[in-house]
Design a protein around this ligand. Structure first.
Ligand code: GDP
Length: 488
């Protein structure tokens, strides 16, 4: 807690900074999405393109030449790990490998020096903006609904979800084990751990399953951060509680206490210290993977987006409202990896994301925030071309597939450029939400999009030997929406 003198000093510092011209406006941009959605790649490309002055025709301040410089500065929060930008760029640019993915929260401050477009602003603004980029796992965000749930409700919901047909096989071992447990028996550490391990294994199996099932809480069971093994992370739902009050010293009492500790020591501080201070948010989704897996996975992705959006703008009377110190006023839902499709399908991908987001916004009862959608590639690993097949000319994408990737029986060595016909997305966005929809899309078992993972691109050099920034698709539109108005 800050003392009165702290508060006074902060106020004084702010006044001095303002009068001496040292005050630099800042904004906090949250970057989230479920694991492997593309957060690390997005932040690396975002910063690289600004520092290197990349090609960003739809990012107005850059296009009109008003940005004089962008550079990294020390971040404001000393207790949060720094986003390891240099390592990630080294992997992408020099080794041409994908960087290590997000495993916990991290932060990076990018400061932009610019000239305001209007004379009025030029007179009164410092011409500097600090953007604090906050990277965190979407899995952690999906914990927020637990704040409104008692331990019995959490247990009841967990067993209900586990019994759904799509999950019965994955949850069987844990459900069988739970049947042998008496919640009223004496508390025992080994039983607690066995139950936790079995439950966590089931959650992980859902995550890895090719049906691309959405994430179930608690999020730290999938992405523990630095709390692995602590009692607050060693609990599991118990069967048949029905609001029964736990007997002191019972397994039920122990589990309930740990569940409450998880809420108090994990979820609440994370929310208060990080989420509640954000100004803008981008939610990355892997729509390509879901499209490949079929309508069940699309429905699941929609559920996850609904839950994520509901966390940002809770309605009146929600238990979350009190925890917010600022209001997020813009949210961008972006499908990354559009470079796996020919550009003719980019608008189709965007239309699908739009439809999915509209449904999610309506269901999450979200109001007051500007929500936009985008299909993009933070790093474009492919280029486009055409291939003649008989009389037909087919649009293809060309890139270097990662070593070990296969398509149609061919295995790639990670060195050779290959042209791949990626397939088309349906023209009607709605059809991907229906099983066997009008367009017959998607076909069961046979993916409509041919999907191989490519290596990051080889960067081009100018005639003077200067390496150009990372190529992208529509990254500039994302930047314009997220920070463009603060550079006006
Ligand atoms: P995170 O878990 O959200 O941090 O995900 P990453 O940013 O590490 O991305 C996961 C993987 O998705 C990467 O290793 C890449 O294989 C792929 N990926 C992410 N963004 C892009 C992109 O813009 N283009 C392509 N081709 N692949 C991407």
């Amino acid at each position: 807690l800050t003392t009165f003198t702290d508060e006074a000093r902060i106020a004084l510092d702010t006044i001095t900074e303002r009068t001496t011209g040292l005050f630099v406006p800042s904004m906090r941009v949250g970057v989230t999405g479920l694991s492997r959605a593309g957060k690390t790649v997005f932040i690396s490309a975002f910063v690289h393109n600004l520092i290197q002055g990349g090609r960003l025709p739809l990012f107005e301040a850059q296009k009109s030449g008003r940005i004089s410089r962008a550079f990294l500065e020390e971040q404001p929060d000393d207790a949060v790990p720094r986003f390891q930008y240099e390592d990630h760029i080294d992997a992408l640019v020099n080794a041409r490998t994908w960087p290590d993915s997000t495993r916990a929260i991290s932060e990076l401050r990018l400061t932009i020096e610019f000239e305001s477009a209007s004379g009025w602003n030029r007179m009164f603004s410092a011409g500097r903006l600090s953007v604090d980029i906050v990277d965190y796992p979407g899995e952690w965000l999906l914990d927020l609904p637990l704040l409104g749930k008692s331990y019995s409700e959490f247990s009841h919901d967990a067993f209900e979800m586990a019994a759904l047909p799509v999950r019965t096989d994955l949850s069987e071992a844990w459900r069988k084990l739970s049947e042998t447990i008496d919640p009223n028996a004496d508390a025992d550490e080994m039983t607690a751990r066995k139950l936790f391990e079995s439950f966590a294994a089931y959650l992980k199996a859902c995550k890895l399953d090719e049906r691309a099932l959405s994430t179930l809480p608690p999020g730290r069971f999938l992405m523990p951060g630095d709390l692995e093994g602590s009692p607050a992370l060693t609990f599991a739902p118990l069967p048949g509680l029905e609001n029964a009050r736990p007997r002191t010293g019972s397994l039920h009492a122990m589990m309930e206490r740990r569940y409450e500790a998880y809420k108090t020591h994990v979820i609440k501080p994370f929310f208060r210290e990080h989420i509640a201070r954000l100004d803008r948010q981008i939610v990355l989704i892997d729509a390509m993977q879901a499209l490949n897996a079929g309508p069940g996975a699309i429905a699941d992705l929609e559920r996850a987006v609904t839950e994520i959006l509901a966390c940002f703008r809770p309605g009146r009377g929600s238990f979350l409202t009190d925890l917010f110190s600022r209001r997020i006023d813009r949210i961008l839902v972006a499908a990354t990896k559009a470079d796996h499709l020919h550009h003719e399908s980019h608008d189709r991908l965007q239309a699908i994301v739009r439809r999915l987001t509209e449904r999610a916004v309506a269901r999450a009862n979200l109001s007051g925030a500007d929500v936009d959608v985008l299909a993009m590639a933070a790093v474009r690993a492919t280029r486009e071309g055409t291939v003649k097949q008989g009389r037909e000319t087919l649009p293809v994408i060309i890139g270097t597939p990662l070593e070990g990737e296969t398509i149609g029986g061919e295995t790639f060595d990670g060195k050779t450029e290959t042209a791949i016909f990626p397939g088309d997305l349906p023209a009607k966005a709605d059809s991907v939400f229906e099983v066997g929809g009008a367009s017959g899309y998607p076909t069961n078992g046979d993916p409509t999009i041919r999907f191989v993972r490519f290596r990051p691109p080889k960067l081009e050099k100018t005639a003077e030997g200067v390496t150009l920034s990372l190529p992208h698709i529509r990254l500039d539109r994302a930047l314009q929406f997220l920070i463009g108005d603060h550079l006006a």
